[in-house]
Ligand binder design. Structure first.
Ligand SMILES: [Zn+2]
Length: 173
């Protein structure tokens, strides 16, 4: 739990009548990171949408998919999104005129207007979206280690190879 990022009722944000800002400094339980998550976010209630934006940064330790070695990856996120305040996402119905959301193509999220906005959950989601799909430690990746079973098979092949059998016979007195 990051200090100060407690969920806030949407009606409180509405009553505020101005953007609310949070300073982010701490570790997320849901996303272990090497350095604390640092940054800030603001949320503004605009009637039927909540405008949320922020700047977030942290360093996470990931495991390379090829060599299985661990490496550190900086994650930076500058998200800005509008969250629809309604139980269901709007269809093609006209939106309230006071909101400047004509540029938004498609809604990804909605919140029950009687519920809360959870800034910590939002921070987690934004950082999680930035995690690489494929973990690679970089160009210097040594590649996959040869599995033990494969090495054992090579030894067995050598013993089974008839040419080695001839050599062994030569060695015998
Ligand atoms: Zn690697």
């Amino acid at each position: 739990m990051i200090k100060g990022l407690e969920p806030v009722p949407l009606k409180d944000l509405r009553a505020l009548g101005a953007p609310k800002q949070w300073i982010v400094e701490g570790h997320l339980e849901t996303l272990p990171s090497l350095t604390p998550v640092r940054g800030h976010l603001t949320a503004e209630h605009r009637g039927n949408v909540l405008a949320v934006e922020g700047v977030l940064q942290t360093i996470v330790t990931l495991s390379c998919d090829r060599c299985l070695g661990q490496f550190n990856q900086q994650i930076t996120s500058k998200p800005a999104e509008l969250i629809w305040l309604g139980v269901t996402l709007p269809g093609d119905e006209p939106l309230q005129a006071e909101t400047d959301i004509e540029h938004v193509n498609g809604w990804v999220e909605c919140l029950d207007p009687r519920g809360c906005f959870d800034p910590e959950q939002w921070v987690f989601e934004q950082l999680n979206l930035q995690l690489p799909v494929v973990n690679s430690c970089g160009d210097h990746c040594p590649g996959p280690a040869i599995p033990l079973t494969e090495r054992q098979n090579n030894v067995l092949d050598e013993e089974a190879d008839p040419r080695w059998a001839v050599l062994r016979q030569l060695r015998e007195p």
